[in-house]
Design a binder for this molecule. Structure first.
Ligand SMILES: *Cc1c(COP(=O)(O)O)cnc(C)c1O
Length: 365
């Protein structure tokens, strides 16, 4: 591509798509991230040439040289968002422009070229159009879209690569919670932190997840579903979970979430929840919450609900909190009213069941 933000995509339909009967069987029980559609998007980048060879083609393994830079130095970023069947039959995406902007921000932090936001949006639209038959039509189902980009240059020197590959794959998913929303137990890790000031905490990069896995394993060893990370400097303030932001709901109806500032991933669900809660007349503060304060306010009853949020599970109530100092429960441990109300409000907007007052819904047609 030279100039402009618009890339022309070459569409090469898969000559051997999954037969309809097999697809139906896969869609009956897709789980999360195990079933994939027939196609993928690829766009290449080379220094001096820019973005080129934008394609929609059969999903297939990527030939990769063992010296590809990403395999050694992890220059990689990704996004995650969902496409839905709206109640009127249209296919929609939720705030894909926010994902496009965040992808460009992540690229900047990882010294990668920024894909033009229009090309990002077009890549999603093309993939959804060609793989539309894979979009679950169930009330809770959706098509999870995974755009990502990595350093494909064959080179072992340590510097930003000169060549990159951008891809999008898609995976039909059902609700994270088959059988109703269940509260999760969280482990506050005394051992590991996720992100330090000046680090990559605000970038959606694979490396952050690689570094979180030992902490997540520690959480599971202690009988918890998810890990909560404290700040890396004082080990006092709550940052977020491994892949979800966190909210506190107090007895005066107000909400609090830790402020962004480089160590927290700026979640699109987080931002949407703040907007919806304010619209419902609630006070929403972005301020630090210490672990001590969390425990004290849970004990006094001032803290009524805690939830985590992100695209995959939308809003997840937090029931119990464990740390080496012991454990405590938020209220009676059951999903709270405010949490479930915000969840319903957000899901209804995403599904087109209520009006979209914020221009969040992007229609594919
Ligand atoms: C993706 C992600 C989130 C949630 O972001 P959404 O845009 O709401 O999906 C939160 N924390 C981390 C670390 C993430 O990678």
């Amino acid at each position: 591509m030279s100039g402009g933000d618009k890339l022309d995509f070459e569409i090469r339909p898969n000559p051997q798509p999954v037969p309809a009967a097999d697809r139906a069987a896969l869609l009956a029980n897709p789980g999360f991230g195990r079933v994939f559609t027939d196609h993928m998007v690829t766009i290449r980048y080379a220094e001096g040439k820019g973005w080129y060879d934008a394609r929609v083609e059969a999903r297939a393994p990527i030939p990769m040289d063992p010296a590809s830079a990403v395999l050694h130095y992890a220059q990689e970023i990704f996004e995650g968002l969902k496409a839905y069947h709206a109640t009127d039959g249209a296919v929609t995406m939720f705030r894909p422009d926010a994902n496009a902007a965040r992808f460009a921000e992540s690229a900047r932090r990882m010294a990668m070229p920024a894909l033009p936001e229009q090309a990002f949006l077009d890549s999603l639209r093309h993939l959804i159009e060609i793989d539309r038959a894979w979009l679950p039509t169930t009330a809770e189902g959706s098509l999870y879209l995974r755009p990502f980009m990595y350093a494909s240059e064959v080179f072992l020197g340590v510097r930003p690569a000169n060549e990159y590959l951008y891809l999008v794959i898609a995976s039909p998913v059902e609700s994270y919670f088959s059988g109703g929303v269940q509260p999760v137990n969280v482990w506050v890790s005394p051992t590991y932190t996720r992100a330090a000031p000046g680090g990559t905490g605000a970038a959606k990069c694979g490396g952050n997840y690689a570094a979180s896995l030992a902490a997540q394993a520690e959480a599971i060893e202690h009988g918890c579903d998810q890990v909560v990370f404290l700040d890396a400097v004082q080990r006092r303030y709550v940052d977020e979970l491994g892949g979800m932001n966190i909210f506190y709901v107090y007895d005066d109806g107000s909400l609090v979430t830790p402020p962004l500032g480089g160590t927290i991933l700026p979640g699109i669900t987080r931002e949407s929840v703040m907007t919806l809660a304010r619209q419902a007349g609630r006070t929403v503060l972005e301020r630090p919450v210490s672990f001590d304060e969390w425990r004290t306010d849970a004990a006094s009853g001032r803290l009524r609900e805690v939830f985590a949020c992100g695209t995959a599970a939308v809003i997840t109530p937090i029931g119990q909190v464990r740390s080496p100092d012991g454990e405590f429960t938020i209220a009676d441990g059951a999903p709270g009213e405010v949490t479930m109300g915000l969840r319903q409000n957000l899901v209804d907007i995403q599904r087109g069941r209520v009006a979209d007052a914020h221009g969040w819904i992007h229609r594919i047609g």
